[in-house]
Design a binder for this molecule. Structure first.
Ligand code: TGC
Ligand code: FAD
Length: 396
């Protein structure tokens, strides 16, 4: 290097490795607008929503639609057609607000809309996607059942033909947005394999029940779907898939968003801990001046920066069509684990203040306990990665 070269830029604690430099102007602009939205519409209120166990989806969804993040990586039908990386960056900013808000966007765009976009008929796409992209209609995704979570192949919900119609019977458990959805994408066992069905709100025999007493993801609606001999026309069936590949392809999309999103939650915890450590004094000096707190902050910065780079790398791979589902599993496994580590460490830096909703840390920490479980538990993703590196499938 020439001796006249300019010195590298100063270290920014909020972007230690200067990851900004790796983003295009367009990506930075989009990221900034989602961050501004979250700071205005989510951050000031989400502690109260969490405490009250509610989220104003009817107000938020049209705003998220206007922001362009609902189904933003899909093309046509009113969707933004953004790159996978841009979608990931949006998830990161949304989850820096709250995992429940990223969940709302993930379930809408990556699960419900993606299922219709990838496996639906032209009529189904025309009917649902533009309204869902605008946030005027809400969707949910029913795969998990009371006795089939990690192993969806064991599902008991059935769909049987009756003349030109289908009769759905069974139940789905832990369904995000279940009771507030205009349309439920429900996966069911048939004589011809696992198929998806679009069940509109109000269909006879279809009811929902909300799950209460959650200590995690409280700013998110979680419900049970009950299907008591629900009759649907064949036009409600997603025609393009008859295997577990259908729902699992949707999960890949949502898991990809979580690879980025979890780092948003981690970043929010790291920043809260850094601010707190710099201003909180004990024994006559800021706690940030002590070796033990600096060690924690350095580890948090490392986790956040490594996680961001991993997410960005997977985003670029997806945009270059190089991403396999095993890569996504590695990303979700690593980044949610890192985010939990950061959140737990940050909570301790905040001392007693770390247990109140006046600060974002314990909310993120509790939310991440859902994030590490849904969309495939850490064990499931470890087994997917383990299977890929050993060539031996260890699930059964
Ligand atoms: P297996 O025999 O391996 O595969 C069955 C068929 O599926 C294909 N496949 C995939 N396709 C796309 N993406 C993937 N990730 C895929 N994994 C497998 C496979 O090629 C095969 O296709 P075909 O055409 O030959 O039929 O399936 P398995 O029964 O052994 O299960 C594998 C396992 C355990 C990895 C899978 O069942 C799994 O991922 N389990 C975890 C379930 C899960 O993640 N549920 C999430 C529910 S949704 C949710 O949590 C939303 S939370 C809200 C939010 O996101 O914010
Ligand atoms: P189980 O599958 O019963 O697992 C229990 C434990 O056993 C776990 O630790 C697991 O890792 C372990 N385990 C399982 N199999 C193996 C194995 N082969 N080897 C070793 N260990 C194993 N689902 C939806 O379909 N749609 C949604 O919108 C949705 N939203 C959710 C929102 C929230 C807040 C939560 C908490 C869950 C949501 N889920 C949703 C459900 C979620 O996907 C499941 O909880 C998850 O897949 C795990 O299933 P399970 O809870 O039945 O656990």
């Amino acid at each position: 290097m020439s001796s006249t070269a300019a010195a590298p830029p100063e270290i920014k604690p909020q972007d230690f490795l200067n990851v900004d430099h790796l983003l295009s102007d367009e990506e930075r602009d989009m990221r900034d607008s989602v961050r501004a939205f979250v700071n205005k519409e989510v951050v000031p209120y989400v502690g109260d929503w969490f405490e009250e166990g509610r989220v104003p989806v009817a107000e938020l969804a049209p705003k998220l639609g206007k922001l362009g993040v609902l189904g933003m990586h899909l093309t046509g039908y009113g969707c933004a057609g953004a790159s996978a990386t841009a979608y990931g960056l949006a998830c990161l900013e949304l989850e820096a607000g709250d995992s429940g808000i990223r969940s709302l966007v993930s379930v809408q765009g990556s699960l419900a809309m993606f299922a219709i976009w990838r496996w639906g008929s032209e009529e189904q796409k025309q009917e649902w996607l533009p309204r869902m992209a605008a946030g005027e209609a809400i969707g949910c995704f029913g795969l998990t059942e009371p006795d089939a979570g990690s192993d969806p192949a064991a599902m008991r919900t059935t769909a049987r033909r009756d003349g030109d119609d289908w009769i759905l019977h069974g139940s789905k458990m832990w369904i995000t947005n279940g009771s507030i959805s205009d349309v439920a994408v429900v996966w069911a066992r048939t004589d011809e394999g696992i198929k998806g069905f679009l069940v509109p709100k109000g269909t006879k025999g279809f009811t929902t029940q909300d799950i209460h007493k959650k200590m995690s993801l409280r700013a998110s609606v979680t419900s049970e779907l009950l299907l008591d001999d629900v009759r649907l026309p064949d036009s409600a069936r997603l025609p393009e898939v008859s295997s577990l590949r259908g729902p699992l392809s949707c999960l890949n999309e949502a898991r990809f968003g979580i690879v980025f999103g979890a780092i948003g939650a981690a970043r929010a915890c790291y920043e809260a801990a850094l601010d707190y450590a710099l201003s909180r004094e004990a024994f006559g000096r800021p706690i940030a001046a002590t070796q033990i707190q600096q060690s924690k902050l350095a580890q948090m910065a490392l986790d956040v920066n490594q996680g961001t780079l991993l997410a960005l790398h997977l985003g670029r791979m997806k945009d270059d069509n190089l991403l396999r589902n095993e890569h996504v599993s590695m990303g979700k496994l690593g980044n949610v684990d890192a985010a939990l580590r950061v959140a737990r460490s940050a909570r301790q830096v905040l001392g007693a203040n770390g247990v109140t909703l006046e600060y974002p840390v314990i909310r993120h920490m509790n939310n991440l306990e859902s994030v590490v479980t849904y969309e495939g538990t850490a064990d499931v993703h470890a087994l997917v990665v383990g299977g890929a590196v050993t060539g031996i499938q260890a699930f059964r």
